[in-house]
Design a binder for this molecule. Structure first.
Ligand code: 13P
Length: 277
């Protein structure tokens, strides 16, 4: 199946009153896991900007693109959380269908300027751009326990979406990247206020650790994309630790890779069940 346009996946999910599941992957094992769990359902594959920056990162991304094209699912690949234009340019050059231009740590005007500059690189190649307003607490690659920061202001979100022309907007409604220090609480009232004012699809980052009911509530409240990362990494690493002693006996690398893909697939399958319900 040819890769699917990012904006088409979001538009179809929105028409259906659902959301697209977006999963971070780091290697062939985690990508095989999420593609197996998808079983033909649409999804977005998130590729960390740090993967691209690793030695050989361009080769890894090329392999992921080829794998996604072989999958029975409509898939879009997105560069996640790029904070400088060189990384955005690299993501566009690699052939990804979408980039996230994350200027959420910048003052409002600089965030707008950053997204506009990213769009100038991406749009001529038909590459979609996601932006973020309202910086999320937590890190993307290291799971730390954090409390949520301030929520995205609905009026500012309306203005930001209009001024940037972003295709998708990530907002803060009590969500965090990594581990929720306390019990997670998404402010769905606040989400509805944002959704009423922003025309483009909204995305929920920090899906890990949210109960199925919280994810379903966020989708009903207007989220059209939900990102999951930490819980996949945790499952992958926990299973690796369990399997490693047996795998070392006989150097059974393939068995270890199968277990890693299985662990990721099990977590992703649960999230697909919620988002396609
Ligand atoms: P979690 O790691 O908290 O699931 O967040 C994922 C994410 O938002 C990736 O952009």
């Amino acid at each position: 199946v040819p890769l699917a346009p990012f904006t088409d996946l979001l538009a179809a999910a929105r028409r259906a009153g659902s959301a697209v599941a977006a999963f971070s992957v780091y290697d062939a094992e985690s990508l095989v896991g999420v593609l197996r769990a998808a079983a033909g359902r649409p999804l977005i594959v998130l590729i960390s900007s740090q993967v691209v920056a690793e030695p050989g990162g361009d080769l890894v991304v090329a392999g992921m693109l080829a794998m996604a094209e072989r999958a029975p699912s409509p898939v879009a690949l997105q560069l996640d959380h790029a904070r400088d234009l060189d990384v955005i340019a690299a993501g566009c050059e690699l052939g990804l269908g979408a980039v996230m231009a994350d200027g959420s740590g910048l003052p409002y005007d600089e965030n707008v300027a950053f997204v506009l500059a990213a769009r100038a690189l991406a749009a001529p190649r038909g590459i979609a751009v996601e932006a973020e307003l309202g910086h999320l607490a937590g890190e993307e690659e290291v799971a730390l326990a954090v409390d949520p920061g301030p929520l995205t202001d609905p009026a500012a979100a309306e203005r930001f979406a209009r001024e940037t022309g972003a295709d998708c907007l990530a907002v803060a409604i009590g969500n965090v990247h990594g581990i929720y220090r306390g019990a997670p609480h998404l402010d769905l009232e606040h989400l509805r206020a944002i959704a009423a004012r922003v025309a483009v699809p909204l995305s929920l980052h920090g899906g890990s650790g949210l109960a199925a009911s919280a994810v379903a509530g966020a989708v009903a409240g207007g989220m059209t994309k939900v990102n999951f990362n930490t819980e996949l990494r945790q499952a992958y690493l926990a299973r690796t630790a369990d399997e490693l002693p047996g795998a070392r006996d006989g150097a059974r690398l393939l068995a270890l890779h199968r277990a890693q893909a299985d662990a990721v697939a099990a977590v992703a399958a649960e999230r697909f069940a919620v988002l396609s319900a």
